[in-house]
Ligand binder design. Structure first.
Ligand code: FE2
Length: 317
């Protein structure tokens, strides 16, 4: 089965193609500020070129596609609708099925797929999401009570004149000293408003490298405390680390120690699959389709699609 995966929930337009075990992944990320209409324009404009690149890399024609998988949400309405609209159009043009998938579930599934095994829990960390999920039923057992960790780090980066969290992390790697910052854990949930506000209010009083390092270290420690508690409460032995923030160098160093300390197996994947991408949508779409799940056609965008509702919007054969 040849599967086309379309990802357009936020700033990245991703086109993936899955042919048996081969995964093709092409994408383009809008680099300026998030303005929904501009994201939608970016995705609509680049779609034909990216689709052509993906088909060329896969060495197939559009007619060879058997199934279209599209990210149905969660996401920003305008760009999300571009991907869903194109999927609906291609489905009818090619007369093939279209299956919608939850974006967060796709982040989890691509890690399982590339590791060829399942995990008990998933730490899903990205711009808008910070969650601990039990994978067998996609129950959310812990999450941020305010902002997503990625957005918090990006916003902090911009406050000191950098573009994003990746640049802030480069600065943090030059740090000499750890500064104590507000640390807020509530059971298996976290909040970042306190640490973010402290960061913003103290930029002029500390060395920026130290402040950046302490922001990463403290907020990641909060995540790891909740993850340790969740692993104990749910008797988990293996943990999937997924989402854009899973690319963080500082986080991965902390995770190595954490896994050792608690005797946990971590399942991780390549950075190209941690960022938003179309291949993960194709992988989950094919998995669901082969398990008998079908989406009602035409599909609609679901901007507030919770990962725990990932299996709700289907009829089954
Ligand atoms: Fe994502």
């Amino acid at each position: 089965m040849n599967v086309l995966g379309i990802e357009s929930t936020a700033h990245t337009l991703g086109i993936g193609i899955k042919i048996q075990d081969k995964l093709i992944n092409v994408l383009d990320t809008y680099k300026k500020e998030y303005i929904p209409r501009e994201l939608a324009e970016h995705h609509a404009k680049l779609f034909p070129e990216l689709l052509k690149n993906a088909l060329d890399l896969a060495n197939i024609y559009l007619d060879d596609i058997d199934l279209i998988a599209v990210s149905q949400g969660p996401g920003i309405g305008a760009p999300l609708s571009v991907g869903v609209g194109i999927a609906n159009y291609l489905g009818s043009k090619l007369n093939i099925p279209v299956i919608g998938v939850n974006h967060g579930y796709a982040h989890i599934k691509i890690v399982e797929y590339t590791n060829a095994r399942s995990g008990d829990l998933a730490l899903y960390i990205s711009g808008g999401n910070t969650m601990i999920i039990r994978t067998k039923d996609l129950k959310i057992i812990g999450e941020t009570l305010d902002m997503g960790i990625g957005n918090m780090l990006d916003k902090a980066a911009r406050k000191i004149g950098l573009n994003n969290a990746a640049e802030l992390e480069k600065l943090a790697l030059e740090a000499k000293e750890y500064i104590r910052l507000p640390y807020t854990v509530k059971g298996m949930n976290v909040t970042f408003a306190g640490i973010y506000t402290y960061f913003v209010n103290n930029i002029e009083y500390y060395n920026k490298e130290d402040l950046a390092y302490s922001l990463f270290h403290t907020s990641y420690s909060m995540l790891l405390e909740t993850l340790a508690r969740a692993a104990f409460a749910y008797n988990a032995k293996s943990i999937i680390i997924c989402g854009g923030v899973a690319q963080s160098v500082i986080l991965n160093k902390m995770l190595d120690k954490f896994a050792n300390q608690y005797d946990l197996l971590l399942l991780r994947t390549d950075n190209m699959y941690n960022r938003d991408n179309g291949a993960m949508i194709a992988v989950l779409g094919e998995y669901l389709y082969q398990h008998g799940y079908r989406s009602k056609y035409p599909l609609e965008a679901i901007p507030d699609y919770r990962v725990s509702d990932s299996l709700k919007y289907y009829f089954t054969l």
